[in-house]
Design a protein around this ligand. Structure first.
Ligand code: GLA
Ligand code: ZN
Length: 673
């Protein structure tokens, strides 16, 4: 069995992507000296090094890699060694131009960037297997090797290829998945618009069409593209497992990035030995620490609650957004420790030393252009020391209060064309509900719709347009057994083929919610509705309204205006031992808070009004103890009540009663008993 923690790493992971091939070997000496100074424990090496490792087909140059790995080992730094299969060399594309991916409108990408890969291409697959084998044979028993880093961020920047090899591969995938072409015709509803296929050979990828293509085909193509990338990951992983038994294998995810929604991480989480994630602050004006918490919660959930590793984030600004602000003093440590609070076994960065050349030279690094007499470097050294004092948290698990259902496949389906409203954005609802729960100081686990939910007093469904019957049965059993459920609009509409469930909407949810939805009535941009409820409490909604017909549910809020005035807007249904809420409009921030407050009461989740806004409090627990993390994202000093005394690990001070958390700081208390 492969190990599930980096081999030989006895502290939290701290370090980053190390691309030493950009510098002469004299700089490497300084690198390892600085790594020691900062307390670096692990680095990722070789991610983009194929062209240097195999300069011509079948000719290898491992000398430089031998030397750098040896140097790292001599300096006590563990190595996360990559297979470089995300960056095939120029010679490879000269020989195999068919390995370059093609867009849906028939344009073939060129060599000269990175990750230009058709994952169906047989030549690519053979070359990737070959370089992986060479690396595994050479370094599989190297004492510095902590884990394998396969490829890099599958799914970005190319999420699918539409070439002829992919067409042939798609037909094979369909034949395996469906058996007969008639089963495909049924699933996709090809009777409509005369799209019927007589044999598999007539089916192509969903390439450019004059108007909207078949949604079932488009949805299956996303599944196929994801499965094809996963086949290639598994092929590399299996070579590594065979030639280097026991050494864990990972590939770095980007779980909560909406630009990387082409990967079904529930499926990928089952294939890796260690879940690792990359997270960058999206600086579009929203609260970046809330998105960070969401990414970390989602990554932990993909790992099944087990510890995971933040493999990349940034010391300061990135360079790939329209505006790339530097991090404020202290923000890097806050970000890093917020990930650790939510289950990461460390904090790693892109990259160790800032590039002088190439596409990412304006991306921050651990060693900035300005060298060591810089704020960033001083903070890096300080963070290294801080993480060193937190070794005891390794192996513990983050305690969660609430489950939020999340399904990439449902998003793929909902985001296809010709929906009732293009403003009904499932990701927006997931963010909004997560943020409202975050602000109530509830820790969120994300869950697949068919997962066992009985451990959670409250389950929230922000947007689940595609829902299988099994998921509906799961939610019904959850409520009957005493759970509290909150479902937001346009959920439970279609099955796994994007076919509308039989009967009234929302097919698999009608019974658990005690209602049906007769018609959707989305609002035009800028239009709002008011909903009035108990004791005159008024909430606001926009984007969406629906004509809801209660069939057992009680109406708690009603539309006061808009197209459905007078009819139910928010309902509550008692079923068995539990309660199911339904909200049929896009509630604003305050409305969500009121609704979740009512649901939390039903779920008997005690309010945490004693915790200040934007002071994040999360607990990790396990065999080595209970650890309370308090992350103060505000500019004011804060106090966090402790129900048990303990020791603050970053300062070494005893902690009891009300823990002082200075402005912008983090405190980690090992609780006694
Ligand atoms: C991704 C990649 C890295 C680097 C960073 C920059 O996460 O994996 O190679 O490009 O982004 O933020
Ligand atoms: Zn292709």
């Amino acid at each position: 069995m492969p190990e599930t923690t980096p081999r030989g790493l006895t502290r939290l992971a701290f370090g980053g992507d190390y691309n030493p091939e950009q510098w002469p070997e004299s700089v490497w000496q300084e690198d390892v000296r600085l790594m020691r100074e900062a307390g670096v424990t692990m680095v990722s090496v070789g991610i983009f090094s194929w062209a240097l490792l195999e300069p011509a087909p079948g000719e290898y140059d491992f000398g430089w890699l031998d030397r750098i790995i040896g140097l790292l080992h001599d300096n006590g730094v563990r190595v996360d060694l990559a297979t470089p299969t995300v960056a095939p060399p120029a010679w490879f594309y000269r020989e195999h131009p068919g390995a370059l991916p093609v867009t849906a409108d028939g344009v073939r990408y060129e060599f000269g960037s990175r990750a230009a890969i058709c994952h169906s291409n047989a030549d690519y697959r053979a070359a990737a297997a070959n370089i992986t084998t060479e690396l595994a044979e050479r370094y599989g028993d190297h004492p510095a090797l902590a884990m394998w880093h396969v490829h890099n961020e599958y799914g970005v920047p190319v999420s699918a290829c539409y070439c002829d090899s992919c067409a042939a591969h798609f037909r094979r995938w369909l034949a395996t998945t469906y058996g007969t072409v008639d089963a495909v015709n049924d699933a996709w509803g090809t009777a409509f618009w005369g799209q019927r296929y007589a044999d598999f050979g007539q089916i192509n990828p969903p390439r450019l069409t004059p108007t909207v293509g078949n949604p079932g085909q488009a949805l299956d193509y996303r599944r196929f593209a994801d499965a094809t990338m996963r086949e290639n990951f598994v092929a590399e992983r299996d070579i590594l497992h065979r030639l280097a038994p026991g050494v864990p294998v990972t590939t770095n995810f980007m779980t909560a990035l909406s630009q990387c929604d082409s990967v079904d991480y529930w499926a990928w989480g089952r294939e890796v030995d260690i879940v690792t994630n990359d997270h960058y602050l999206i600086t579009d004006g929203r609260r970046t620490h809330v998105n960070l918490a969401m990414a970390a919660d989602l990554t932990r959930s993909v790992a099944g609650g087990a510890p995971w590793i933040l493999l990349e984030h940034s010391t300061s600004g990135v360079n790939w957004q329209p505006h790339n602000p530097a991090k404020a003093p202290g923000q890097m440590a806050r970000n890093s420790l917020a990930h650790v609070a939510r289950g990461s076994e460390g904090a790693m960065f892109f990259q160790w030393r800032q590039s002088r050349r190439g596409a990412e030279k304006f991306h921050s690094a651990m060693v900035p252009h300005g060298g060591t007499d810089t704020r960033v470097w001083r903070e890096v050294v300080e963070l290294g020391a801080g993480l060193d004092s937190l070794s005891a948290v390794r192996g513990t698990r983050t305690e969660a209060d609430v489950a939020v259902l999340w399904d990439w496949q449902s998003w793929w389906a909902q985001n296809l064309a010709w929906r009732p409203s293009e403003d009904a954005d499932p990701r927006e609802r997931a963010d909004a509900f997560h943020e409202a729960l975050y602000d109530r100081h509830l820790t969120v686990d994300f869950a697949h719709p068919e997962a066992d939910l009985c451990a959670y007093p409250l389950v929230v469904v922000p947007a689940l347009y595609l829902m299988t019957k099994a998921a509906g049965d799961n939610l019904r059993a959850y409520v009957e057994n005493g759970g509290t459920l909150v479902v937001s609009y346009f959920s439970g509409i279609v099955d796994e083929h994007d076919a509308v469930h039989e009967g009234a909407y929302p097919g698999p949810l009608r019974e658990v919610l005690g209602l049906s939805v007769e018609e959707f009535s989305p609002l035009l941009p800028g239009r709002n509705v008011r909903v009035t409820g108990p004791e005159g409490a008024e909430l606001g909604g926009d984007v969406w309204t629906e004509f809801v017909v209660p069939r057992g549910a009680e109406t708690v809020w009603r539309y006061a205006d808009g197209p459905i005035a007078g009819h139910p807007a928010i309902t509550r249904h008692r079923l068995g031992e539990g309660i199911a809420w339904y909200v049929s409009t896009r509630l604003g921030r305050e409305g969500l808070d009121v609704l979740l407050g009512r649901a939390a009461e039903d779920a008997r989740l005690a309010p945490r009004a004693d915790l200040p806004h934007d002071v994040e409090v999360v607990v990790r627990s396990g065999e080595s103890g209970r650890f309370l993390f308090a992350v103060n994202h505000t500019g004011a000093d804060a106090k966090v009540p402790l129900d048990t005394p303990g020791t603050e690990l970053l300062t070494g001070e005893p902690a009891a009663g009300r823990l002082a958390v200075p402005a912008g700081a983090v405190r980690v208390v090992r609780l006694d008993g």
